[in-house]
Design a protein around this ligand. Structure first.
Ligand SMILES: C[S@@+](CC[C@H](N)C(=O)[O-])C[C@H]1O[C@@H](n2cnc3c(N)ncnc32)[C@H](O)[C@@H]1O
Length: 191
């Protein structure tokens, strides 16, 4: 939703970012140092491309995936695909057998019904983690958005053993009214 009174909306326009979401990743990366220069980053639910832009600016190479199209971006290989489709994993592994960072800002179409939106976002977050389990390198980093609700604790418990560092975090650029929160996992352990 474009709210023209929103500070980050205007900041994104001024700085040439395709989305205000870019500021969320900038803030998360400042706090948790998930992406470094030279990393290969997988960006799930990437359109219109704000997060990919931030990763490229850091000096990362990006493979981006979205069910919707995304305009070309230098340094980014884009795949138009559904992250729920398990065939995607083979395509990603053909590009590289391991990724340094997997990040997912994928969101379901909002219905406004809290429980439905929450459960659909958990499905997308679990699909993102299934991909991460197959493509993320040992000690790699993972970031995923979820809408808060009753399943969040189970989701956290399922991911917990896979990461040396794990935390839910809400960046300043997330709207106060938003249900979204980000799971930050560092130091992935293949188990
Ligand atoms: C909030 S936007 C991402 C914004 C992006 N991080 C940026 O900075 O520009 C969420 C994206 O998730 C995508 N998405 C939702 N369901 C998906 C699915 N099943 N597979 C792939 N992408 C999906 C949507 O098409 C949408 O582009």
């Amino acid at each position: 939703m474009k709210d023209k009174r929103d500070h980050y909306y205007w900041e994104a326009k001024k700085k040439g970012y395709r989305s205000r979401a870019a500021f969320k990743l900038l803030q998360i990366n400042r706090d948790f140092k998930l992406i470094r220069k030279g990393d290969l980053v997988l960006d799930l639910g990437s359109s219109p491309g704000g997060w990919s832009q931030v990763a490229v600016e850091i000096g990362a190479f990006v493979v981006a995936v979205d069910i919707n199209p995304m305009e070309d971006l230098k340094g980014v290989t884009f795949i138009k695909a559904d992250i729920m489709d398990e065939k995607l994993i083979d395509i990603l592994l053909e590009i590289s057998d391991s990724y340094d960072v997997v990040m997912s800002d994928a969101s379901p179409k909002i219905t406004g019904i809290w429980t439905i939106d929450h459960l659909r976002s958990i499905d997308l977050a679990r699909a993102s983690f299934n991909i991460a389990k197959k493509v993320l390198r040992n000690s790699g980093n993972f970031l995923v958005k979820v809408f808060q609700g009753e399943e969040i604790k189970n989701f956290y418990d399922d991911l917990k053993p896979y990461f040396a560092f794990k935390k839910f975090h809400s960046p300043k650029a997330s709207r106060k009214s938003s249900a979204e929160i980000y799971f930050v996992g560092k130091g992935f352990k293949k188990i």
